[in-house]
Design a protein around this ligand. Structure first.
Ligand SMILES: NC(=O)c1ccc[n+]([C@@H]2O[C@H](COP(=O)([O-])OP(=O)(O)OC[C@H]3O[C@@H](n4cnc5c(N)ncnc54)[C@H](OP(=O)(O)O)[C@@H]3O)[C@@H](O)[C@H]2O)c1
Length: 263
């Protein structure tokens, strides 16, 4: 039997009070890690810790707004030593290409890219010093297939692929791996409302999402949205000692959305 074993490791998953981040936190805890849960507010983060703890596993709160240096410092104080860093936090939203302002561009850079870079700078030296560590940056199909209505988002995710590749080189030969995960269209909170805005609202969910994928995401080979747990499964594997030879890579869990043979 192949087992994903993170017993004795400490993980930090950014943006894990809901959605994909929460599913990743759950998967890492199920593998035995003690998992730091992060969101902007202490209240919402504590609520998530309570909700997750009720399902089993060891969690602690590491709140802080990672778009700011102060927030990153607060998170580092709550989680001083981390073996598995999952930079999951990311914001997205549609905006006409010519109406993305300088402020919007800066905000996407701060939240989606610099948040990850700051934490890598914080934790990589400890990981390399101990001779083991995992850094995973959650990117998106939009990193490769830049959507016209989300150029700022896609660009920030493309940057994360470069960040991962570069820091993997900085960690070369140390036992620490750095990778990105290219997630595809996923069934997270809010997505159901979004789907029902675009297809017949009387359809049951399974049919509605298939119709949505057929009409609006035809590139997907899965013909359905990905469940957050399916992203978390890949992250758990890449976080584990089993994935020791995968570094500097962009690994896809996108339902075949990106029409490419590699990566
Ligand atoms: N959903 C998809 O279809 C999809 C597809 C491909 C890739 N992705 C990527 O997957 C990741 C997670 O997406 P999701 O849909 O699960 O996101 P989500 O449901 O919007 O959750 C975002 C999380 O980030 C936290 N957050 C937001 N701003 C923050 C900040 N400045 N500092 C710290 N935490 C912050 C939120 O917590 P609080 O509200 O408590 O602060 C929340 O826990 C993102 O990187 C996204 O780009 C998503």
């Amino acid at each position: 039997m192949i087992a994903i074993d993170l017993d004795g490791r400490t993980a930090l998953v950014t943006g894990s009070t809901q959605g994909i981040g929460e599913a990743i936190a759950k998967a890492l805890a199920a593998a035995g890690a003690r998992v730091g849960v992060n969101g902007r507010s202490p209240e919402k983060t504590d609520e998530a810790v309570v909700r997750l703890s009720a399902t089993g596993g060891a969690y602690f709160a590491a709140p802080g707004d990672l778009a700011t240096e102060e927030g990153a410092a607060a998170v580092a104080e709550a989680a001083p030593e981390v073996d598995v860093l999952v930079n999951n936090l990311g914001i997205f939203g549609a905006q006409p290409a010519l109406e993305i302002t300088d402020d919007d561009w800066r905000r996407y850079w701060e939240v989606n890219v610099l948040s990850a870079v700051r934490l890598i700078r914080t934790y990589l030296p400890g990981m390399t010093g101990r001779g083991w560590g995992r850094v995973l940056n959650i990117a998106s199909d939009s990193a490769v297939v830049i959507p016209e209505e989300m150029i700022h988002y896609g660009t920030s995710k493309t940057a994360l692929l470069a960040v991962s590749r570069g820091f993997a080189k900085a960690a070369a030969g140390t036992g620490v791996t750095v990778n990105s995960v290219i997630a595809g269209p996923t069934h997270t909170g809010g997505v159901e409302d979004f789907v029902y805005q675009l297809v017949d609202e009387d359809l049951p969910w399974d049919e509605a999402q298939r119709e949505f994928m057929r009409l609006h995401r035809p590139q997907s080979l899965l013909h359905r949205l990905i469940e957050p747990e399916e992203i978390a499964n890949l992250v758990a594997y890449l976080s584990s000692p089993l994935a020791s030879a995968t570094t500097g890579a962009a690994v896809r869990v996108d339902g075949g959305y990106v029409d490419s043979i590699i990566p």
